[in-house]
Design a protein around this ligand. Structure first.
Ligand code: NDP
Length: 331
């Protein structure tokens, strides 16, 4: 059966502008870091992509190295774009990135012009696309001059490979400098992609202010702290959950992290219940309460998780009392 997107796909998702740009993003976007690779079930990836789009998630976020195997999440998207999503390309915002290690030798990592342009050409081939909507530099590079990295982003837009550019995990100072170089080149910095959740609040220390002042959008990754801010680990670490995957090269979330945060998670879960929400929904609403945040970039391993997480949009507001209680738990 060919896929026909739901006619109601735009009925419940709010869309907001990324900074002062013309590009609107859904309040919840879907990340393809895990669960869309060659080691995962294609039918599950396809079901999640369809469900997301059917419910207004128009933005899929990828990177050259997402999989595993690295590159295979882009191949999965390429397969879906050829089939299910072919009629809907112009209704989708597809992003990819380069900046972490992708291939051997000195040209497959960090932020040189050589790496970024070659990597994006490889990404476009894997996805079967002529251009991506947003291309990111994935992390700061302490050794390459910022002018070179930003010059490569500017070239990428001018050469038609991407419509907009972004940066990820840059500090407030680096962000200000990058935005200035790009502005002078005539390619505005669309968006920043930092981590942000109740356990990881570095963006509150200056970055959000810089983004608001400069009119740059903000899409926050890991709003659920990789699954910790959900009910996933309340009764131990289930088989197949992210924290159960042993390869330290690939997994940023360890069983020790989960154990360490569990007492706080239980208390936060009680507040969520009193709000009539699941913890995952409260955690998403909590990052979206920041005026500078354009979109919460979630991951999921099943349609059921996506369904749960989209319900965050039913209750985004917090009372002062709830925010204070959350603060006192987070300490
Ligand atoms: P989240 O914090 O949203 O964690 C997602 C994980 O939480 C899922 O894989 C799932 O874990 C669990 N989960 C999600 N919803 C539920 C639910 N309702 N109930 C129970 N468990 C749930 O985000 P990610 O860490 O996955 O990151 C999201 C995206 O951000 C990535 O896909 C990527 O696009 C981007 N990213 C960017 C980075 C950067 O450097 N720019 C770095 C990291 C991520 P499980 O698999 O155990 O079921």
């Amino acid at each position: 059966m060919p896929y026909l997107a739901s006619e109601t796909r735009y009925s419940s998702m709010p869309y907001v502008r990324a900074g002062r740009s013309g590009l609107k993003l859904p309040r919840i976007s879907l990340g393809w870091w895990y669960n869309f690779g060659s080691v995962d079930r294609f039918e599950n990836a396809r079901a999640m992509a369809r469900y997301a789009f059917d419910h207004g998630i128009t933005h899929f976020d990828l990177a050259n190295n997402y999989g595993p195997e690295p590159g295979s999440a882009e191949e999965t998207l390429g397969r879906l774009l050829k089939g299910d999503f072919a009629p809907y390309r112009d209704e989708l915002v597809i992003s990819t990135k380069a900046g972490w290690g992708m291939w051997d030798g000195p040209y497959g990592d960090f932020g040189s012009r050589k790496y970024l342009i070659a990597s994006l050409d490889q990404s476009l081939e894997r996805m079967g696309l002529d251009y991506v909507d947003i291309f990111y530099h994935h992390r700061p590079d302490p050794d390459t001059p910022l002018e070179e990295t930003m010059g490569a982003l500017d070239f990428i837009v001018r050469s038609g490979r991407a419509l907009y550019v972004g940066i990820s995990s840059y500090s407030p100072e680096e962000t200000r400098a990058a935005a200035k170089i790009l502005r002078d080149l005539g390619t505005p910095l669309l968006i920043h992609q930092p981590s942000y959740n109740m356990f990881d609040r570095w963006v509150e220390d200056g970055l959000l202010d810089v983004l608001e002042q400069a009119g740059i959008g903000c899409i926050v990754f890991s709003p659920l702290a990789q699954g910790q801010l959900t009910d996933r680990y309340l009764k131990g670490i289930p088989q197949g959950a992210r924290a159960s995957k042993a390869d330290p090269e690939r997994v940023w979330l360890t069983p020790d992290d989960v154990q360490h945060n569990l007492p706080k998670v239980r208390k936060l879960n009680e507040i969520a219940q009193r709000r009539g929400q699941k913890l995952s929904q409260m955690a998403i609403a909590w990052v979206l309460r920041q005026p500078a945040v354009t979109s919460a970039l979630i991951g999921s391993s099943s349609v059921e998780q996506l369904e749960d997480n989209l319900k965050a949009l039913d209750k985004l507001d917090f009372s002062d009392g709830e925010l204070q209680k959350i603060e006192s738990i987070l300490g």
